[in-house]
Design a protein around this ligand. Structure first.
Ligand SMILES: NC(=O)c1ccc[n+]([C@@H]2O[C@H](COP(=O)([O-])OP(=O)(O)OC[C@H]3O[C@@H](n4cnc5c(N)ncnc54)[C@H](OP(=O)(O)O)[C@@H]3O)[C@@H](O)[C@H]2O)c1
Length: 250
Protein backbone atom coordinates (compact mmCIF):
# COMPACT_ATOMS: atom_id res chain seq x y z
CA UNK A 1 0.00 0.00 0.00
CA UNK A 2 1.33 3.46 -0.88
CA UNK A 3 1.67 6.19 1.71
CA UNK A 4 -1.35 8.32 0.79
CA UNK A 5 -3.66 5.64 -0.58
CA UNK A 6 -7.30 6.45 0.25
CA UNK A 7 -6.35 9.88 1.58
CA UNK A 8 -7.50 13.22 0.22
CA UNK A 9 -5.44 16.40 0.36
CA UNK A 10 -6.57 19.91 -0.54
CA UNK A 11 -3.87 22.05 -2.15
CA UNK A 12 -4.63 25.73 -2.63
CA UNK A 13 -2.61 27.20 -5.46
CA UNK A 14 -2.45 23.63 -6.76
CA UNK A 15 -2.43 24.65 -10.41
CA UNK A 16 1.22 25.68 -10.57
CA UNK A 17 4.62 25.81 -8.90
CA UNK A 18 5.05 24.18 -5.51
CA UNK A 19 1.35 23.35 -5.22
CA UNK A 20 1.35 21.37 -8.45
CA UNK A 21 4.68 19.68 -7.61
CA UNK A 22 3.22 18.61 -4.26
CA UNK A 23 0.09 17.33 -5.98
CA UNK A 24 2.27 15.27 -8.35
CA UNK A 25 4.20 13.83 -5.42
CA UNK A 26 1.04 12.94 -3.47
CA UNK A 27 -0.75 11.45 -6.48
CA UNK A 28 2.28 9.22 -7.11
CA UNK A 29 1.89 8.04 -3.50
CA UNK A 30 -1.77 7.18 -4.01
CA UNK A 31 -3.58 10.33 -2.81
CA UNK A 32 -6.71 11.98 -4.10
CA UNK A 33 -5.95 15.66 -4.53
CA UNK A 34 -8.11 18.75 -4.72
CA UNK A 35 -6.52 21.61 -6.62
CA UNK A 36 -7.92 25.07 -5.90
CA UNK A 37 -6.97 28.34 -7.55
CA UNK A 38 -8.56 31.27 -9.34
CA UNK A 39 -7.69 30.33 -12.92
CA UNK A 40 -9.92 27.49 -14.15
CA UNK A 41 -7.86 26.84 -17.31
CA UNK A 42 -4.68 26.56 -15.29
CA UNK A 43 -6.33 24.05 -12.94
CA UNK A 44 -7.62 21.98 -15.83
CA UNK A 45 -4.16 21.93 -17.43
CA UNK A 46 -2.71 20.82 -14.09
CA UNK A 47 -5.26 18.01 -13.76
CA UNK A 48 -4.43 16.86 -17.30
CA UNK A 49 -0.75 16.92 -16.42
CA UNK A 50 -1.37 14.80 -13.29
CA UNK A 51 -3.29 12.28 -15.39
CA UNK A 52 -4.91 10.59 -12.39
CA UNK A 53 -8.54 10.55 -13.53
CA UNK A 54 -11.13 10.96 -10.80
CA UNK A 55 -8.48 11.07 -8.08
CA UNK A 56 -8.07 14.76 -9.01
CA UNK A 57 -10.77 17.36 -8.35
CA UNK A 58 -10.28 20.94 -9.50
CA UNK A 59 -12.28 23.79 -8.00
CA UNK A 60 -11.94 27.39 -9.17
CA UNK A 61 -11.95 29.39 -5.94
CA UNK A 62 -10.38 32.56 -4.58
CA UNK A 63 -9.02 31.87 -1.08
CA UNK A 64 -9.62 35.48 -0.06
CA UNK A 65 -13.38 34.88 -0.40
CA UNK A 66 -15.03 32.95 2.42
CA UNK A 67 -17.98 32.28 0.10
CA UNK A 68 -15.64 30.60 -2.38
CA UNK A 69 -14.09 28.60 0.47
CA UNK A 70 -17.54 27.41 1.62
CA UNK A 71 -18.30 26.26 -1.94
CA UNK A 72 -14.88 24.60 -2.20
CA UNK A 73 -15.43 22.60 0.99
CA UNK A 74 -18.96 21.62 -0.09
CA UNK A 75 -17.59 20.28 -3.40
CA UNK A 76 -14.88 18.34 -1.56
CA UNK A 77 -17.39 16.84 0.86
CA UNK A 78 -19.66 15.83 -1.98
CA UNK A 79 -16.85 14.16 -3.96
CA UNK A 80 -14.58 12.65 -1.28
CA UNK A 81 -16.51 12.93 2.01
CA UNK A 82 -13.59 14.15 4.08
CA UNK A 83 -10.04 15.52 4.02
CA UNK A 84 -6.83 14.06 5.50
CA UNK A 85 -4.59 17.00 4.71
CA UNK A 86 -4.49 20.63 3.61
CA UNK A 87 -1.58 22.41 1.96
CA UNK A 88 -2.44 26.11 2.43
CA UNK A 89 -0.04 27.16 -0.28
CA UNK A 90 -1.79 29.83 -2.38
CA UNK A 91 -0.07 33.17 -2.28
CA UNK A 92 0.87 36.23 -4.27
CA UNK A 93 4.02 38.34 -4.24
CA UNK A 94 3.37 42.00 -4.94
CA UNK A 95 6.39 44.03 -4.02
CA UNK A 96 7.08 47.75 -3.63
CA UNK A 97 8.61 50.26 -1.27
CA UNK A 98 6.43 51.02 1.76
CA UNK A 99 6.08 54.71 0.84
CA UNK A 100 4.25 53.70 -2.34
CA UNK A 101 2.00 50.95 -0.93
CA UNK A 102 -1.73 51.65 -1.14
CA UNK A 103 -4.51 50.48 1.12
CA UNK A 104 -5.78 48.40 -1.80
CA UNK A 105 -2.36 46.69 -2.12
CA UNK A 106 -2.39 45.99 1.60
CA UNK A 107 -5.89 44.49 1.55
CA UNK A 108 -5.17 42.46 -1.58
CA UNK A 109 -1.95 40.86 -0.32
CA UNK A 110 -3.13 40.25 3.24
CA UNK A 111 -6.50 39.04 1.92
CA UNK A 112 -4.84 36.19 0.03
CA UNK A 113 -1.67 35.45 2.00
CA UNK A 114 -3.03 35.76 5.55
CA UNK A 115 -6.84 35.85 5.59
CA UNK A 116 -6.86 33.26 2.80
CA UNK A 117 -4.67 30.85 4.76
CA UNK A 118 -6.60 31.45 7.99
CA UNK A 119 -10.02 30.74 6.52
CA UNK A 120 -8.85 27.91 4.25
CA UNK A 121 -7.89 26.06 7.43
CA UNK A 122 -10.95 27.11 9.43
CA UNK A 123 -13.39 26.17 6.67
CA UNK A 124 -11.66 22.81 6.18
CA UNK A 125 -12.03 21.85 9.86
CA UNK A 126 -15.39 20.04 9.57
CA UNK A 127 -13.75 17.73 6.99
CA UNK A 128 -10.54 17.13 8.95
CA UNK A 129 -10.47 14.36 11.53
CA UNK A 130 -8.03 12.79 13.99
CA UNK A 131 -4.63 12.22 12.37
CA UNK A 132 -5.04 14.96 9.75
CA UNK A 133 -2.24 17.33 8.85
CA UNK A 134 -2.18 20.97 7.78
CA UNK A 135 0.87 22.49 6.11
CA UNK A 136 1.18 26.23 5.53
CA UNK A 137 3.50 27.73 2.93
CA UNK A 138 5.57 30.43 4.64
CA UNK A 139 8.76 32.05 3.36
CA UNK A 140 12.33 32.80 4.29
CA UNK A 141 11.27 36.46 4.09
CA UNK A 142 9.55 36.11 7.47
CA UNK A 143 13.04 35.97 8.96
CA UNK A 144 15.15 38.47 7.01
CA UNK A 145 14.43 42.05 6.12
CA UNK A 146 14.42 42.70 2.39
CA UNK A 147 13.37 46.17 1.20
CA UNK A 148 10.24 46.33 -0.98
CA UNK A 149 8.66 43.23 0.63
CA UNK A 150 7.09 44.87 3.70
CA UNK A 151 3.49 43.67 3.24
CA UNK A 152 4.34 40.27 1.75
CA UNK A 153 6.93 39.45 4.43
CA UNK A 154 4.52 40.46 7.21
CA UNK A 155 1.87 38.08 5.85
CA UNK A 156 4.42 35.27 5.90
CA UNK A 157 5.44 36.09 9.48
CA UNK A 158 1.74 36.03 10.35
CA UNK A 159 1.15 32.56 8.93
CA UNK A 160 4.26 31.15 10.58
CA UNK A 161 2.97 32.48 13.89
CA UNK A 162 -0.39 30.91 13.03
CA UNK A 163 1.41 27.57 12.73
CA UNK A 164 2.47 27.90 16.36
CA UNK A 165 -0.93 28.93 17.72
CA UNK A 166 -2.97 26.48 15.65
CA UNK A 167 -0.81 23.57 16.81
CA UNK A 168 -2.30 23.59 20.33
CA UNK A 169 -5.63 24.98 19.08
CA UNK A 170 -6.17 22.05 16.71
CA UNK A 171 -4.03 19.53 18.59
CA UNK A 172 -7.01 18.68 20.77
CA UNK A 173 -8.76 17.49 17.59
CA UNK A 174 -5.73 15.37 16.63
CA UNK A 175 -4.81 17.73 13.79
CA UNK A 176 -1.16 18.69 13.28
CA UNK A 177 -0.15 22.09 11.86
CA UNK A 178 3.30 22.82 10.41
CA UNK A 179 4.86 25.17 7.88
CA UNK A 180 7.41 24.93 5.11
CA UNK A 181 9.42 28.07 4.45
CA UNK A 182 10.93 28.06 0.97
CA UNK A 183 13.96 30.09 -0.02
CA UNK A 184 14.53 31.05 -3.66
CA UNK A 185 12.49 28.48 -5.55
CA UNK A 186 12.24 28.57 -9.33
CA UNK A 187 8.53 28.92 -10.11
CA UNK A 188 6.48 31.45 -12.10
CA UNK A 189 6.43 33.66 -8.99
CA UNK A 190 10.21 33.66 -8.70
CA UNK A 191 10.95 34.24 -12.39
CA UNK A 192 8.41 37.08 -12.52
CA UNK A 193 10.40 38.88 -9.82
CA UNK A 194 13.92 37.73 -10.70
CA UNK A 195 13.56 37.71 -14.46
CA UNK A 196 17.17 38.22 -15.55
CA UNK A 197 20.07 35.79 -15.34
CA UNK A 198 21.96 38.39 -13.33
CA UNK A 199 19.18 38.68 -10.75
CA UNK A 200 18.96 34.90 -10.43
CA UNK A 201 22.71 34.62 -10.03
CA UNK A 202 22.55 37.20 -7.25
CA UNK A 203 19.99 35.04 -5.46
CA UNK A 204 21.92 31.83 -6.06
CA UNK A 205 25.12 33.32 -4.66
CA UNK A 206 23.44 33.77 -1.23
CA UNK A 207 22.49 30.10 -0.89
CA UNK A 208 24.74 27.80 1.15
CA UNK A 209 24.08 24.89 -1.19
CA UNK A 210 24.97 27.04 -4.20
CA UNK A 211 21.81 26.41 -6.19
CA UNK A 212 18.27 27.73 -6.45
CA UNK A 213 15.50 25.51 -5.12
CA UNK A 214 13.03 23.57 -7.22
CA UNK A 215 9.32 23.10 -6.65
CA UNK A 216 10.08 19.40 -6.07
CA UNK A 217 12.41 20.27 -3.18
CA UNK A 218 9.47 21.90 -1.42
CA UNK A 219 7.03 19.16 -2.47
CA UNK A 220 9.19 16.55 -0.72
CA UNK A 221 9.14 18.53 2.53
CA UNK A 222 5.41 19.28 2.31
CA UNK A 223 4.65 15.61 1.57
CA UNK A 224 6.66 14.56 4.63
CA UNK A 225 4.76 16.95 6.89
CA UNK A 226 1.44 15.83 5.40
CA UNK A 227 2.31 12.16 5.91
CA UNK A 228 2.10 9.96 8.98
CA UNK A 229 5.92 9.85 8.99
CA UNK A 230 5.72 13.20 10.81
CA UNK A 231 3.01 12.08 13.23
CA UNK A 232 4.68 13.57 16.34
CA UNK A 233 5.65 16.88 14.71
CA UNK A 234 3.43 19.93 15.09
CA UNK A 235 3.85 23.69 15.41
CA UNK A 236 7.12 23.55 13.46
CA UNK A 237 8.51 25.54 10.59
CA UNK A 238 10.72 23.61 8.18
CA UNK A 239 13.00 25.85 6.13
CA UNK A 240 13.49 24.50 2.61
CA UNK A 241 15.98 27.11 1.51
CA UNK A 242 19.37 25.50 0.87
CA UNK A 243 20.71 27.23 3.98
CA UNK A 244 19.73 30.74 2.86
CA UNK A 245 18.37 31.98 6.19
CA UNK A 246 20.96 30.46 8.47
CA UNK A 247 24.20 31.26 6.68
CA UNK A 248 26.17 34.20 5.34
CA UNK A 249 27.59 34.17 1.82
CA UNK A 250 31.08 35.69 1.62
N1 LIG B 1 8.91 30.93 -5.42
C1 LIG B 1 9.55 31.32 -4.34
O1 LIG B 1 10.75 31.64 -4.41
C2 LIG B 1 8.84 31.39 -3.01
C3 LIG B 1 9.60 31.60 -1.86
C4 LIG B 1 8.98 31.60 -0.62
C5 LIG B 1 7.62 31.37 -0.52
N2 LIG B 1 6.88 31.18 -1.66
C6 LIG B 1 5.45 30.89 -1.48
O2 LIG B 1 5.14 29.66 -2.09
C7 LIG B 1 3.75 29.62 -2.41
C8 LIG B 1 3.58 29.03 -3.80
O3 LIG B 1 4.14 29.92 -4.76
P1 LIG B 1 4.94 29.44 -6.07
O4 LIG B 1 6.31 29.95 -5.94
O5 LIG B 1 4.69 28.00 -6.29
O6 LIG B 1 4.28 30.37 -7.18
P2 LIG B 1 3.07 30.22 -8.19
O7 LIG B 1 3.36 29.18 -9.20
O8 LIG B 1 2.75 31.60 -8.62
O9 LIG B 1 1.88 29.66 -7.26
C9 LIG B 1 0.99 30.45 -6.56
C10 LIG B 1 -0.38 29.79 -6.70
O10 LIG B 1 -1.31 30.46 -5.85
C11 LIG B 1 -2.52 30.59 -6.55
N3 LIG B 1 -3.25 31.74 -6.03
C12 LIG B 1 -2.84 33.03 -5.98
N4 LIG B 1 -3.79 33.80 -5.47
C13 LIG B 1 -4.85 32.98 -5.18
C14 LIG B 1 -6.14 33.19 -4.65
N5 LIG B 1 -6.56 34.41 -4.31
N6 LIG B 1 -6.96 32.12 -4.51
C15 LIG B 1 -6.55 30.89 -4.86
N7 LIG B 1 -5.33 30.62 -5.38
C16 LIG B 1 -4.50 31.66 -5.55
C17 LIG B 1 -2.12 30.78 -8.01
O11 LIG B 1 -3.16 30.36 -8.88
P3 LIG B 1 -4.21 31.39 -9.56
O12 LIG B 1 -3.40 32.57 -10.03
O13 LIG B 1 -4.84 30.58 -10.64
O14 LIG B 1 -5.17 31.75 -8.49
C18 LIG B 1 -0.92 29.87 -8.12
O15 LIG B 1 -1.29 28.57 -8.55
C19 LIG B 1 3.23 31.03 -2.22
O16 LIG B 1 2.52 31.13 -1.00
C20 LIG B 1 4.52 31.86 -2.14
O17 LIG B 1 4.33 33.03 -1.40
C21 LIG B 1 7.45 31.20 -2.89
Amino acid sequence: MTEFEGKTVLITGGGSGMGLATARRLVADGANVVLAGRDKDRLEAAAKDLDAGDRVLTVAADVSSTEDLDRLMAEIEQRFGRLHGVFANAGIALFGMSAQATEADFDHITGINFKGVYFTIQKALPLLGEGSSVVINGSWLAHRGLAFTSIYAATKAAVINLTRTLAPDLGSRGIRVNAVSPGYVVTDMFTAISSTEEAQEQCRSQVALGRLGSADDVADAAAFLLSSRSSYITGQELAVDGGLTTSVAL
